[in-house]
Design a protein around this ligand. Structure first.
Ligand SMILES: O=P(O)(O)OC[C@H]1O[C@H](OP(=O)(O)OP(=O)(O)O)[C@H](O)[C@@H]1O
Ligand SMILES: O=C(O)c1cc(=O)[nH]c(=O)[nH]1
Length: 174
């Protein structure tokens, strides 16, 4: 873990207040990924840290709408792997695709996510990608909130690799 990068992420993105999370849980702490994704220098460094987690043998990245997409784009730039952009729901017109940018069937995809809490979004998207014929066994993310996501993903055969944990981010605040 890069302590300086963790401090920069914490400074940019750590919010306090009352927040309802995707999982339905209410918390007093939030990591606003858009705050580190909208800073071009920080996003590049975050992307480089996530790129270092991508396993050998991947055919493509699968960035999850919305916050996973900017990270996936930078990881694609660093690794040279193509990126797919995975919607929460397939479009209902035009190409009607769930995953934009390329084929899914028969490819080994690495899921790219911003923040992981329960792992619910990765589980849902992975199930859809697998149903379309993808092989998915690894997900990479910027922040692991250490709220059961790693365990839930492991139970479905997905290894979670995170650039930083919430504990590491909090530690930078002193
Ligand atoms: O691990 P989980 O419990 O699933 O929670 C984490 C998910 O929730 C947030 O997404 P959000 O729904 O806010 O979507 P966005 O990226 O479209 O803003 C976050 O970006 C992850 O996708
Ligand atoms: O679980 C979530 O919904 C969530 C947590 C968090 O810290 N940041 C975020 O963007 N989403």
């Amino acid at each position: 873990m890069d302590t300086d990068l963790a401090a920069r992420i914490h400074r940019a993105a750590h919010l306090t207040g009352t927040f309802r999370l995707r999982s339905g849980v209410t918390t007093d702490e939030y990591f606003d990924k858009y705050r580190f994704e909208s800073d071009p220098v920080l996003l590049r460094d975050v992307g480089a840290a996530v790129a270092a987690l991508v396993p050998d043998g991947a055919d493509a990245l699968a960035g999850l709408e919305l916050g996973g997409v900017p990270v996936a784009v930078v990881v694609a730039q660093v690794t040279g792997l193509p990126a797919l952009f995975v919607r929460k729901r397939a479009k209902e017109y035009g190409t009607c695709r769930l995953a934009e940018g390329g084929e899914v069937a028969g490819r080994r995809l690495v899921v790219v996510e911003d923040v992981v809490t329960s792992g619910g979004q990765i589980l849902a998207s992975t199930a859809e990608l697998r149903a379309l014929g993808a092989v998915v066994d690894t997900a990479v993310c910027v922040v692991d909130r250490e709220s059961g996501g790693r365990e839930s993903l492991a139970a479905q055969g997905i290894e979670l690799r995170a650039a930083v944990t919430a504990t590491e981010l909090r530690a930078t605040a002193g």
